[in-house]
Structures are given as structure tokens and as C-alpha cells.
Design a protein. Structure first.
Length: 237
């Protein structure tokens, strides 16, 4: 069933709570040099006071077709692939996206003088429904008969959200998964089942953590397959 899902968004993130950007043009040039010309579209750099909230992006780079975006704030750097609904483009599989994130953030760590204290990978996929509502699919999939037939029958909207913490390949990770019913932002408003996976590392308030190049690249190499395996466990039962 997992093969029937369409990609909505991938996002790879490194968290940099001690980052000082400095010269935005110099940083943008570094990004362009290590990005395989992904960001060949609009470059946005807005003067923002240093005391502004650290999560506000200081630099945003885009691809010409709008599918690739890089957001750089003092707190984090987000590498994003976003599939436009009405645009035909090449869509990477999560392993392919992970490979690009692996090479990009490996080079980013070598080029930017800051600690990387947390790493994350997010996947958003959807499955279109023609007849039965996706809310009912979630109910029947995850609820026993008492709840599916008597409590949550004929629901219009439904979602479940789970968080697990565990060690995976020497990474301490938060593993989130969310199933929810939604509608595509198109004229047809097609009902969809939206599945979001978010895996990120955790530590005690980042104390003493600074991921080196090898661990950054290893994370983005192994986590894509782990996300796929998690989704298979939920759906192929």
C-alpha cells in the first residue's frame, strides 16, 4: 500500500542554536557552491534585527520551479522539497532526497563554523480517496469494533498522533507519526489520507552535542529507509 502514496513534502533539518550568520551574501555563495545548482531561483535576504526571534529565516533560497527551498535562521537550516499540486516535476524518492541531504549537510558542516546539535528528517505523503472517506479508513484501521462502529462511525475528520523515543543505530531519536484526513488544495478538494513522519535526534538541552560530518551523513543515509519501514508497519497489516 505504501507504493500508492504520493509525495507532498520532504524536509531535512539541522539545528544550530549557536549560529551567527554574519555576511548573508557570503553564506548564500557557500550554499550555491555545495547545492548542485538546486537553488537557481529567487534569493531572499531581509535585514532582520539580531534580537529578532531566532527561528525567523534570515536567508531563503529557491529553485526556479519552486520545488526546492533552503531556509536559514539562527536556530536551524531547513532543506525542503515541496511538490506543487498542479505542476509536473521529477519527484525524488525519500532515499534520493536523503542522499542529497547527506551530501549537502556534510559539506555545510565543513563550510560553516557552527555546532550542529540536532538533526531531523520529515516526510509528508498522501493517498487520494475516491469513495470511502479517509477519516473512516483511519478509524477502521486503528480502532476496535466498539469505537469504529459505535463511537467514531461516520466521522468527517479524524487523526491519530504517536511519539516514541528510542535508540536507533546509536542515535537517540524522537519518532513521530501522524495520520489525518484532509483535502487537497485544488478545485476538486479531493479527500486524502495524509501521513507525516518526523524523526529527529534528542539530548539533554543539546548539552555537549556537536554532530560531526560522519554522523550527519550517516543519519541522512539510514533514516529514510527507517521512515519507510515505520510506515509499512502501520499500513501493511
Amino acid at each position: 500500500m505504501i507504493n500508492k502514496f504520493k509525495i507532498a513534502k520532504f524536509m531535512a533539518t539541522v539545528f544550530t542554536p549557536e549560529f551567527h550568520i554574519g555576511n548573508t551574501l557570503s553564506l548564500a555563495n557557500i550554499i550555491q557552491n555545495i547545492s548542485e545548482d538546486k537553488f537557481n531561483g529567487e534569493f531572499i535576504s531581509v535585514p532582520i534585527p539580531q534580537e529578532a526571534p531566532p527561528e525567523i529565516p534570515r536567508i531563503i533560497l529557491n529553485s526556479q520551479d519552486g520545488t526546492w527551498k533552503l531556509e536559514v535562521s539562527l536556530l536551524r537550516t531547513n532543506l525542503i522539497f515541496l511538490k506543487p499540486i498542479n505542476l509536473s516535476v521529477d519527484i525524488p524518492e525519500i532515499e534520493e532526497f536523503g542522499k542529497f541531504a547527506c551530501n549537502f549537510f556534510g559539506s555545510y558542516k565543513r563550510s560553516v563554523n557552527t555546532k550542529i546539535q540536532k538533526i531531523g528528517l520529515v516526510s509528508e505523503r498522501f493517498l487520494e480517496f475516491v469513495n470511502d472517506p479517509p477519516s473512516q479508513f483511519i478509524v477502521e484501521k486503528f480502532c476496535n469494533e466498539h469505537y469504529s462502529k459505535k463511537i467514531f462511525d461516520n466521522t468527517i475528520s479524524f487523526e491519530i498522533h504517536s511519539l516514541k523515543k528510542y535508540n536507533f543505530e546509536d542515535f537517540n531519536i524522537n519518532s513521530w507519526i501522524r495520520f489525518r484526513s484532509a483535502k487537497l488544495a485544488t478545485q476538486t478538494k479531493t479527500p486524502v489520507l495524509l501521513v507525516e513522519n518526523d524523526i529527529n535526534t534528542y539530548g539533554e538541552e543539546y548539552q555537549g552535542i556537536d554532530f560531526d560530518v560522519d554522523n550527519i551523513m550517516r543519519f541522512f543515509t539510514i533514516i529514510p529507509a527507517h521512515i519507510n519501514n515505520i510506515l509499512k508497519l502501520f499500513l501493511e497489516m
